[in-house]
Design a protein around this ligand. Structure first.
Ligand SMILES: Cc1ncc(COP(=O)(O)O)c(C=O)c1O
Length: 393
């Protein structure tokens, strides 16, 4: 059986041995210098000015929305668009924090939102923010989405938890909007066991994200920023300054264990991405080329395709049922990401007022799609088995 996730870390044995040594010799395992080092490493790799490391991709999404509210770029009741196929905790923070979550449908041949789909929604809903998910290592015309958002004064933010490393028009996904979120969960591109991050070039947002990450206090800001905020709020006493809570926050801090592992794994990140891309390119043409059985997915427009799973959208529900049976005991499969959000009970409970037309393709993906893992450790025999499963009706 080929599992969805084959290992906890890339170069598992070597990484675990280093981790054991680190734990044995470390005085501090709560947030500290390894986490800060990882933030620098990751910001450099992603080509962003700031990286704020948190304990999951879900926390990254929550922190980002809270920080946008805290600095006043967004206010309660604003309409926020989201990709109608995404993960639950992309949408949940919007609802939790008093925003209106508006689904924007995806294109069936890219599995992502296009500028056309966004423009359709904008005819009815004046969005303040578009929280775009770059689904499964793919994107549509994200440069045009960015241009449309700029023209309409919509804040574009990216949930890049599934597309770390994908490059479109020479730019990494995650660098098209004001900020982007990442997940380092074990099943994703690069594992810190659990972990996530927010990247941005915006200094005000980065500062607020550090407050939001830890209790709303200023302890992780640099001295100049601490000085600034203390003066603004007239906090002159050292006694109180460490226990002054400036704005709404949480405790979303990662531990030094995640920081240390992140610093080990990021050295392999380009290698991991290359291996997965090689796997993808030796599997995708046969599956997507079989247009009688499957909806083809376009991928030629990206120069690096970085996914941790490969989606298949069948031409009918019956066919997907047959495939589920054929994979049993051989290849672990699952629904595509979180499916169509509008079909999820939490969404219908809290936000049921949007026309169904804005999720038509998402519903198709929900009902006729599945995915299997794209592990860097896939062997030639694994690939042969996968191709064999999908080649027949
Ligand atoms: C698009 C997307 N956003 C956010 C998340 C949440 O990441 P995490 O599992 O690290 O909380 C996921 C998780 O799979 C995801 O696919």
């Amino acid at each position: 059986m080929i599992p969805l996730v084959k290992s906890t870390f890339y170069k598992e044995k070597e990484t675990k041995n280093k981790l054991i040594q680190f734990i044995k010799t470390s005085d501090k395992l709560s947030f500290g210098s390894e986490c800060e080092k990882f933030e620098k490493n990751f910001a450099k790799w992603q080509k962003r000015k700031y990286c704020i490391f948190v304990n999951s991709g879900s926390s990254a999404n929550l922190a980002l929305i809270q920080a946008l509210l805290n600095i006043g770029k967004v206010k309660q009741g604003d309409l926020v668009g989201f990709s109608s196929v995404t993960w639950s905790t992309n949408v949940m923070p919007l609802i939790e924090l008093g925003l209106k979550a508006v689904p924007v449908d995806i294109e069936i041949d890219s599995l992502n939102v296009s500028s056309k789909k966004l423009a359709e929604v904008l005819k009815e809903y004046p969005l303040k923010v578009m929280f775009l998910t770059n689904l499964l290592g793919f994107c549509d015309d994200i440069d045009q989405i960015r241009a449309l958002c700029k023209q309409k004064k919509i804040i574009l933010i990216e949930d890049n938890c599934e597309s770390l490393g994908t490059t479109y028009k020479k730019k990494k996904l995650g660098n098209f909007g004001l900020a982007s979120t990442f997940s380092f969960y074990v099943g994703h591109h690069m594992s810190t066991i659990e972990g996530g991050a927010i990247c941005t070039d915006d200094e005000e947002l980065a500062t607020m994200l550090k407050l939001v990450r830890a209790h709303g206090w200023d302890r992780n800001l640099d001295f100049a920023k601490q000085d600034e905020i203390r003066k603004k709020f007239h906090i002159n006493s050292n006694f109180y300054s460490r226990y002054t809570f400036y704005d709404l926050g949480y405790n979303l801090r990662p531990t030094e264990i995640s920081g240390f592992v992140g610093n080990c794994q990021i050295k392999f990140l380009d290698e991991i991405i290359q291996k997965r891309m090689d796997n993808f390119l030796s599997i995708a043409p046969s599956i997507y080329g079989n247009a009688n059985l499957y909806h083809p997915v376009r991928y030629d427009h990206m120069s690096v395709i970085s996914n941790f799973a490969i989606p298949v959208i069948c031409k009918s529900k019956v066919m997907r049922g047959r495939l589920v049976g054929r994979c049993r005991g051989k290849l672990e499969i699952r629904p595509i990401v979180g499916g169509a959000m509008v079909k999820q009970p939490f969404f219908t409970k809290y936000m049921n007022s949007f026309p169904k037309s804005h999720s038509q393709n998402a519903r198709l993906v929900h009902e006729q799609g599945l995915y299997f893992g794209n592990n860097p450790e896939l062997t030639p025999d694994d690939i042969k088995l996968i191709l064999n499963i999908f080649k027949r009706d």
